[in-house]
Each structure stands twice: as C-alpha cells, then as structure tokens.
Design a protein around this ligand. Structure first.
Ligand code: ADP
Ligand code: MG
Length: 242
C-alpha cells in the first residue's frame, strides 16, 4: 500500500536485538579462571532507531551508555545478540570491514573532542575524507562547507589550542558529518562545556537529525529534553522508554 504520510522516508537505520556485552577482567587460563570477574556492561538490550530520530541515552555513570554507543557505532561487537546497521550485522564483519562500515555510515562525537592538535580546524574536519581517498580539493571544499555549517567559517586555519571548548566541539561535529553519515553518535558531547555553550552544541546536533539518526548519551537533562525518545540504562539493562 502506498501511504501519503510524509514519514514514509523514515526507516530503521539501526536495530539491536538482545544485545549484551560482557567484559571479563583478571584471570587468564584455567589456573586463574576462578579469580576472573565478568561485568555485564550491556544486558539484553533491544531497540530500533530510525532516520530522523533524536534518541537520548540516559543513565548513571557506569550504567553502560558508552559501551552501548560503541556497539551501535560498530566500534565493538556484542558478546550476545545482534547490532544491525543499515542492513549489516556488525558481528559478521572482519575488523577492516567494520572500519569501512563505520567510515561510510557513522559519525562519532566524543566528550573530549579528540582533535589532532597539530592540524588546523579544516584539516581536522577533513580527516575522514583522507581515509576515504578523496582528492585534496574536494576535501578542502567539503570541510569548508561543514565548518560554515557549524558556524566556524572564520576559524578554518586555527589549531585546536587556539579554539574554545565549544569551538573544538563544533570542529568535531563537522568532522563527524563530513562523510554525511546515516548515524551520528555523541558520547557526553556537552560534558566539558558550560551550559550556554552546551545548549548551542545540542542545537547543532539536533538540527542535523533530519536525514540521519542521532543518538546522544548524556547526564544532562537539557539534552534529554530535546530528544524524541529517551532510552534509560540501569546496570546495563534498558528501562521503560519515555
Ligand atoms: P557509562 O558510559 O554509562 O558510564 P560504561 O559503558 O563506560 O558506562 O561502563 C559500563 C560498565 O562496564 C562499568 O561497570 C565499567 O566499569 C565496565 N567497563 C567499561 N569498559 C570496560 C572495559 N574495557 N573492561 C572492563 N570493564 C569495562
Ligand atoms: Mg560513558
């Protein structure tokens, strides 16, 4: 049936089916197996995320937010269950195929920005395109376009040390978006910023959601208020959605 609903372009870009990630610490080999300790960081999480969704990921420190984001981004694979990103089960891929999938589909923004200190804002924003083998002039144009979009047109040649925290996070967002990913992941993106700057960064992250899915982990109520949906983790388990 053909629907006239304007939401017909929304489709599940990401699905988690019974996703579990256990870490085993200590103990190696059978002799020490009794001293090893298993932490179930993410426990049987199932959800599905569509294009256009802004999803908040909440929960106290240690509840599994970063671990779940890493699984969603294909940085890590579950010990049980499946993460299916744009039709591909991440567990079925080699390390290099997973890196390629990330490069094609995922942009990631971290709390501490993770910019390369020796490179200009523009060169930082262009980095994923270097990995993609894009020509220098196209890289420059695309990175400039993204820096303009995040309000940093006049900072393109500045190094990270010459930028404020909020500006550095804008560069990180430009870098995350330069490949036009279908999924944007942000782990505590406002954690280092004052509340005003944090709000601006939040606006930016939610503005770019239209044609992609955005997942933002945060303690910050302002972040969670802006989300279309909030997933709450407690001891790695998903609580009722709100
Ligand atoms: P959050 O981001 O919500 O603070 P994390 O996902 O970082 O939570 O951590 C969830 C749990 O998993 C914590 O108990 C943490 O100690 C544990 N954990 C996280 N990463 C590792 C790791 N690499 N090795 C062992 N345990 C880990
Ligand atoms: Mg975390």
């Amino acid at each position: 049936m053909v629907s006239s609903d304007s939401n017909t372009s929304r489709h599940a870009i990401l699905s988690c089916e019974g996703v579990t990630r256990a870490y085993t610490r200590g103990g190696s080999g059978w002799r020490r197996s009794t001293s090893s300790q298993t932490v179930v960081a993410v426990d049987d999480v199932s959800t599905s995320i569509s294009t256009g969704d802004v999803v908040g990921l909440a929960g106290p420190s240690g509840s599994g937010k970063s671990t779940l984001l890493h699984l969603l981004a294909g940085l890590d694979t579950p010990t049980k269950g499946r993460v299916v990103l744009n039709g591909t089960d991440t567990s079925g891929l080699s390390e290099s195929a997973r890196a390629k999938l990330r490069l094609d589909e995922v942009g990631i923004v971290f709390q501490h920005f993770h910019l390369l200190p020796s490179l200009s804002a523009r060169a930082n924003a262009a980095l994923p395109l270097v990995q993609r083998g894009v020509s220098k002039s196209t890289r420059r144009n695309k990175a400039t376009e993204l820096l303009n979009a995040v309000g940093l047109a006049d900072r393109a040649t500045h190094k990270p040390s010459e930028l404020s925290g909020g500006e550095q996070q804008r560069v990180a967002i430009a870098r995350a978006l330069v490949t036009d990913p279908s999924l944007l992941i942000a782990d505590e993106p406002t954690g280092e910023l004052d509340s005003n700057t944090g709000r601006q960064i939040l606006n930016l992250l939610t503005d770019v959601a239209d044609d992609r899915a955005v997942v933002i982990a945060s303690h910050d109520d302002a972040v969670l208020e802006r989300a279309d949906r909030v997933l709450r983790l407690h001891d790695g388990r998903l609580q009722d959605e709100s």
